[in-house]
Design a protein around this ligand. Structure first.
Ligand code: KDO
Length: 337
């Protein structure tokens, strides 16, 4: 079999891989290959898990016999949220990290964890692939010792409740035990929505919904489907409170071992993989309301302006916004326009 290593192959692959989900066979490991281990809590089949296969395929075919990319899903290698520390310590090569992970170490950038800030996936790209993102990624590299290669649209987060209830405004969520991931920034988002946030790792959410330890959770529709949360919940409230993203990041210890060509390929692979994720996720978001309805769920529209107004007010009045760099909010709002 002839394997093209040229840029031409890479461009052809980019077009093909972006178009549709693909299945890839495992490559045999060779002793000289550099192992790249990637850890994520993502469940198999979710688009940001699939995008890692696209990344692997692109790297291994563009740079034959140089890398063995190993993907660990379901947080089987490292627990959700611990990946940045593991990368810094040299235990992990790559992960998909969130703005909330980053905010723990760079509180001035907690701005990216705020609800109703990023408007849509195009705005997300304009922010993170533009000058705002450049400053942000540099700060992340300097402080956290990881290099961000791409941003992928995780989807727009919606409320998902175990028992149906009438939810129009944040006041209607009073006392609702809403699972949010375990960090200060995530917990604050739950509070800003009017609920009683409770921390739990992603991979424990299904069981907690099933047994009733929590009243609800929030995630984008494609994740609700792929993680099967719809099996153990009755309602989705389309709050659209966070246009969420995940960053594909590589430990600087690993990054610094790569030559220029390898760095270029890794960056191309990560960008292409993110595009693959975005295309598939957007398509799913457009059709999943019907899927959930046919599965017997109740899908409701809240007063989104009431949610937006309360969430934005709470962020602006919070301890978080006191640390946001002067002018950054305006730069984010203006990005892409
Ligand atoms: C979650 O725990 O709800 C979350 O959606 C948070 C994201 O930042 C990301 O970690 C994601 O889980 C996982 O990749 C699982 O989809």
């Amino acid at each position: 079999m002839t394997i093209m290593t040229t840029r031409a192959w890479r461009l052809a692959a980019a077009a093909a891989l972006c178009a549709a989900p693909l299945a890839f066979g495992a490559q045999p490991a060779a002793a000289e290959k550099m192992t790249i281990r990637i850890s994520t809590p993502a469940v198999p089949g979710d688009w940001h898990a699939e995008q890692l296969s696209v990344f692997k395929e692109y790297v291994e075919r563009s740079l034959p016999d140089q890398f063995d990319v190993q993907i660990f899903l379901n947080a089987t290698l490292f627990k959700q949220g611990t990946e940045p520390a593991q990368m810094k310590r040299g235990n992990l090569d790559m992960a998909m990290i969130s703005a909330q992970d980053i905010a723990k170490q760079l509180p001035e950038y907690s701005i990216f964890t705020a609800g109703y800030l990023i408007r849509d996936p195009e705005h997300q790209k304009a922010v993170f692939y533009g000058d705002v993102g450049q400053d942000y990624f540099k700060a992340v590299s300097d402080k956290m010792d990881v290099t961000i290669l791409s941003v992928a649209y995780l989807g727009t987060r919606q409320l998902n409740l175990r028992d149906a209830r009438d939810v129009k405004t944040p006041a209607d969520l009073e006392g609702v035990k809403l699972r949010m991931p375990g960090s200060k920034a995530w917990q604050f988002l739950g509070q800003a929505l009017g609920a009683a946030p409770t921390p739990l790792a992603f991979n424990e959410v299904y069981l907690a919904l099933k047994t009733g330890t929590i009243d609800g959770q929030d995630n984008p529709l494609p994740t609700n489907q792929k993680a099967k949360f719809y099996e153990v919940t009755k309602q989705i409230v389309l709050t659209g409170h966070l246009v969420d993203g995940v960053f594909t990041a590589i430990a600087n210890q690993t990054w610094n071992k790569l030559n220029e060509e390898q760095k270029t390929v890794f960056t191309e692979a990560a960008r292409l993989a993110a595009e693959f994720n975005n295309n598939n996720r957007l398509r799913d978001e457009a059709r999943l309301v019907e899927f959930f309805k046919s599965a017997g769920m109740t899908i409701t529209e809240p007063d989104r302006d009431a949610f937006r107004a309360q969430v934005q007010k709470m962020y602006l009045e919070s301890e978080f916004s006191k640390e946001w760099p002067q002018g950054l909010l305006d730069r984010i709002n203006a990005a892409g326009s």
